[in-house]
Design a protein around this ligand. Structure first.
Ligand code: SF4
Length: 331
C-alpha cells in the first residue's frame, strides 16, 4: 500500500495521489470510528483542554493512536487552531507539511502553494494532469449524486453528506471511489422519490451522530450540504488554481453566502439548519449568515460525538413544523 498522508481538511489531494501517496482525511477517520470518544480522551490525557473544539482533539488523537507520521496541515483558510496543532505534532516527532489558502484569493500565491506541495511530494506536471483528469470524472459522479438529492429526491440527506464529505480523500483510492459511486447511482436511480420539506444544511460537518436521521424523522429532507459539497470541488473544466479559488470554504463568508443563496433558489430550500461547533471561531459567521439568506435559519451547536440531546431535537422539530405551517399558510 502507498504511504498514508494525514490531511486536516480538503487540500489539493490530486497532488498526493499523483506522487503515489494515499491521502487520509483525519476528520473522517475520527468520526467514523466505532468509539470516536477514545481519540478525544487521548488528546485530553496529553494535555489538551476540555474547553476546545473536539474536532481538533479528535484529529490529534487519531494521529497518535494510528501512528500517522506525516500530515499536511492547512495553516491559513481552515481552522484557527491548526498552527498550534502542527507545532504540537512537530514536537511529538510527526512531520508536518504546511499548505495555505490565501485569504485574499490571490491566484499567484495559491499557485506557489501548490507548487510547494508538488515539490514536497516530488510530483511532475504531466502525471498530475493525468490524475486530475481521472479525478474530475469522479467529481462528476458526485455532482450527479448531489443533484439526485434535490432534483429527483432519491438520495437521502445523510447519503449526500457521506458521499460528498468523503470527497476530501476519496477513501484513499479515487478509482475505486468512482466505481462505488457509479454503482450507488445505478441503485438510487431505481428508488421512489422521498417526501420531506427541503432543508439546507450549512456550516462545518456535524460531530453529532444522528442529526440526519432525526431531521428526516420529523419531516425534513436535507437537499444541500454546503461545506460537504464544496469538498467535492464542483467546478468543472477549470485549471487547478481556478478550481481551488472557486472553492468557497477557505475564504470569506460572503462568497459562501452567495453559494448558499444560489442553492436556496435552485433547490427550493425552505429553511436552513446552521450547525456550529462548540469553541469554533466560525460561530461568529452566524451573525452575518442568519441576516442575509432570506429564509428562516435555526442554529444548533454540537460539542462531542454523540446523539442529539432533547433540547436540540425539540428545536429542530419546532423549526420544521414552523416551515410546514408557512407552506400551508398557517402563519
Ligand atoms: S470546527 Fe472550527 S475549531 Fe473545530 S476544527 Fe473545524 S474549523 Fe477548527
Amino acid at each position: 500500500m502507498n504511504k498514508l498522508i494525514g490531511i486536516t481538511t480538503t487540500i489539493p489531494m490530486e497532488v498526493l495521489f499523483a506522487g503515489g501517496y494515499t491521502p487520509c482525511d483525519l476528520n473522517n477517520l475520527f468520526i467514523t470510528d466505532q468509539t470516536p470518544m477514545r481519540y478525544i480522551e487521548r488528546a485530553e490525557r496529553d494535555g489538551f483542554p476540555k474547553s476546545m473544539c473536539n474536532w481538533v482533539k479528535g484529529i490529534y488523537g487519531v494521529i497518535m493512536e494510528k501512528g500517522i507520521d506525516t500530515v499536511v496541515a492547512v495553516m491559513e483558510g481552515d481552522c484557527s487552531n491548526t498552527l498550534a496543532l502542527s507545532e504540537i505534532l512537530h514536537y511529538k516527532g510527526i512531520k508536518t507539511i504546511p499548505f495555505s489558502y490565501p485569504y485574499d484569493r490571490d491566484g499567484t500565491v495559491l499557485k506557489r502553494e501548490m507548487e510547494k506541495l508538488m515539490m514536497a511530494f516530488s510530483v511532475d506536471e504531466k502525471r498530475l494532469l493525468q490524475v486530475e483528469r481521472e479525478i474530475e470524472g469522479v467529481r462528476e459522479q458526485l455532482a450527479k449524486i448531489d443533484r439526485m438529492t434535490w432534483d429527483q429526491k432519491v438520495v437521502s440527506g445523510y447519503e449526500n453528506h457521506l458521499w460528498l464529505v468523503r470527497a476530501s480523500d476519496m477513501l484513499g483510492d479515487y478509482r475505486k471511489y468512482g466505481e462505488i459511486a457509479a454503482a450507488f447511482i445505478d441503485e438510487a436511480s431505481t428508488r421512489a422519490p422521498t417526501e420531506g420539506i427541503n432543508i439546507g444544511y450549512i456550516g462545518v460537518p456535524p460531530i453529532l451522530l444522528d442529526l440526519y436521521p432525526f431531521i428526516e424523522s420529523v419531516g425534513g429532507h436535507v437537499v444541500y450540504n454546503e461545506t460537504q459539497r464544496q469538498f467535492t470541488l464542483p467546478f468543472f473544466n477549470k485549471d487547478r488554481v481556478e478550481r481551488y479559488l472557486l472553492y468557497t470554504y477557505p475564504y470569506d463568508v460572503f462568497s459562501r453566502a452567495e453559494d448558499m443563496k444560489a442553492a436556496i433558489r435552485e433547490r427550493r430550500i425552505k429553511g436552513i439548519i446552521h450547525y456550529v461547533q462548540a469553541f469554533c471561531f466560525r460561530i461568529m459567521e452566524d451573525v452575518i449568515l442568519r441576516e442575509t439568506l432570506g429564509v428562516p435559519v435555526v442554529t444548533i451547536e454540537g460539542d462531542l460525538p454523540r446523539l442529539l440531546d432533547t433540547r436540540t431535537k425539540l428545536r429542530i422539530e419546532a423549526f420544521i413544523e414552523m416551515l410546514m405551517g408557512r407552506i400551508h399558510g398557517k402563519d
